[in-house]
Ligand binder design. Structure first.
Ligand code: AMP
Ligand code: ZN
Length: 469
């Protein structure tokens, strides 16, 4: 398998540190507001990467942080604290905001068929870890105290800029009008590890530390949460392309300074989803959320399909027209799968299956080419294989693509068969009630009755599907 490594800036063969095992870290959301569908493009593509690694036989452990403290409105050390802004906007506490939007984030992920990582850790749960690592960085001479804050000293590194060939002068570009440069910094690129009194007086969440009451910078949380759960060697670190600088650059600086050896081998960055008029925003224009897609009648999995139609290393433009095109293509694809459902459970031609799945693997092994992987699904439909073999190939591909093709085909078949007879509906309702009451013997009995009457009962992620046999 080859993936593009943003750190080496080329496609490389993927070889994990320990054979057969993959340690994967993902920068999680800043939970001050709903995620927009741009944020979710990144999580969808990371989910596809994770699922393909598992499909390829790797034992994957994936960790994600939840940023509930320390992320300022700029990705550097300037602007307001995003969490505090969110709390003020809604007249709630920071912790109330964090809980609400963390739950909302995972509800959106579930709708998009994004698996929850094995470990999800809020930054506020790891203050002791941050203090431990910052203390070690001070002892090793990589950090200094100025004006009450603790800074990382980037001049101590041989190579600080990893993903781009920036110089200190380029940093001027990032400084917005009206934001004062921090006079405490020895070098322009230095960044805050721990804030104390110099920042906001109204900061709600503060902790005791050896340097005074304060709170951590944003970058330190990802280094510490990753090392806490995944140890000293990380295989893949993911995030949106905007995270390359300064966030991931700073993560590498502090992690490697702390560990004394290279830390993460592969960096996977997803390019942005933009609108026709530019960047996606949570405050200006239409706030594009999963709920908005649903309100407008789109299945969230159609949005996932739309994302998969483009390579993750290309910018993608969102418009309702583009989404309609994806919807049309998705529905057509599903309708072509419906006739294959008759082959369910039939004997699979293993040789043919191997041929069909190869096209999919080649696409995914070539830097997670999801668009080409969808073409491989169409190739299955065009092939001369029997229905059972085709169905198995598509179902297996969909464990990675995650667009619910088989379940959607089941639903479409149900519609095609027209309304279910009243008798079947009644039996189905009774069966649902029996399952809810955990009376599985009765539920099985009712299922048998439905089957006897010539109908098939299937459990899918989208619920129970009943269709004519
Ligand atoms: P945040 O909640 O701001 O920390 O961002 C969550 C994730 O979304 C990060 O990995 C960002 O890099 C990513 N992201 C932010 N904006 C976009 C966008 N327009 N398109 C794709 N990913 C984005
Ligand atoms: Zn991060």
């Amino acid at each position: 398998m080859y993936i593009y490594n943003s750190a080496s800036r080329k496609k490389e063969e993927f070889i994990p540190h320990t054979e057969g095992k993959v340690k994967m870290y993902t920068c999680g959301p800043t939970v001050y507001h709903y995620a927009h569908i741009g944020n979710l493009r990144t999580y969808i593509m990371e989910d596809v990467l994770e699922k393909y690694l598992r499909f390829s036989g790797y034992d994957v452990t994936r960790v994600m942080n939840i940023t509930d403290v320390g992320h300022l409105t700029s990705d550097g050390d300037t602007g307001d604290d995003k969490m505090l802004k969110g709390a003020k906007r809604e007249h709630k506490t920071v912790m109330e905001i964090a809980k609400f939007y963390t739950d909302a984030f995972f509800a959106d992920c579930a709708k998009l068929n994004i698996k929850t990582p094995d470990v999800v850790e809020p930054a506020t749960h790891c203050i002791d870890e941050f203090i431990k690592v910052i203390t070690a960085l001070l002892e090793k001479g990589y950090a200094y105290e100025a004006g009450g804050n603790i800074y990382f000293d980037t001049s101590k590194l041989d190579k600080y800029y990893i993903f781009n060939d920036f110089t200190e002068d380029d940093l001027e570009v990032g400084v917005r009008d009206g934001v004062e440069a921090d006079g405490n910094k020895r070098n322009k690129a230095d960044f805050v590890l721990w804030f104390t009194k110099s920042k906001f007086d109204d900061q709600e969440l503060k902790w005791e530390s050896p340097w005074g009451v304060g709170y951590p910078g944003w970058h330190i949380e990802c280094s510490c949460i990753s090392m806490k759960h995944l140890g000293e060697y990380l295989d893949i670190h993911c995030g949106g392309i905007d995270n390359q600088f300064p966030h991931h650059t700073n993560e590498i600086a502090q992690s490697e300074a702390f560990l004394g050896h290279p830390w993460c081998r592969y960096w996977f960055h997803v390019h942005h989803l933009n609108t026709d008029d530019g960047k996606m925003s949570k405050s200006k224009g239409e706030f594009l959320t999963v709920s908005l897609l649903e309100e407008k009648g789109y299945d969230p999995l159609v949005y996932r399909f739309f994302c998969l139609q483009s390579h993750y290393r290309k910018n993608l433009t969102f418009s309702w027209e583009n989404l309609d095109n994806a919807k049309g293509a998705y529905e057509k694809l599903v309708s072509r799968i419906v006739p294959l459902l008759d082959g369910k459970g039939g004997a699979v031609d293993e040789a043919k299956y191997g041929e069909l799945i190869k096209g999919f693997k080649d696409a995914m092994d070539g830097d997670i080419n999801s668009a080409q992987a969808i073409t491989a699904v169409y190739d299955v439909l065009k092939s001369d294989a029997d229905s059972a073999t085709k169905l198995k190939a598509i179902a297996d591909m969909d464990t990675v693509l995650g667009v619910g093709l088989i379940a959607a085909a089941g639903k479409a078949a149900e519609k095609k068969d027209g309304e279910l007879p009243e008798e079947i509906k009644e039996l189905a309702e009774k069966r649902a009630a029996a399952r809810k009451a955990k009376d599985f013997a009765l539920a099985d009995e009712l299922r048998a009755k439905i089957t006897e009457m010539g109908y098939i009962v299937e459990e899918t992620r989208q619920g129970t599907v009943i269709r004519k046999a």
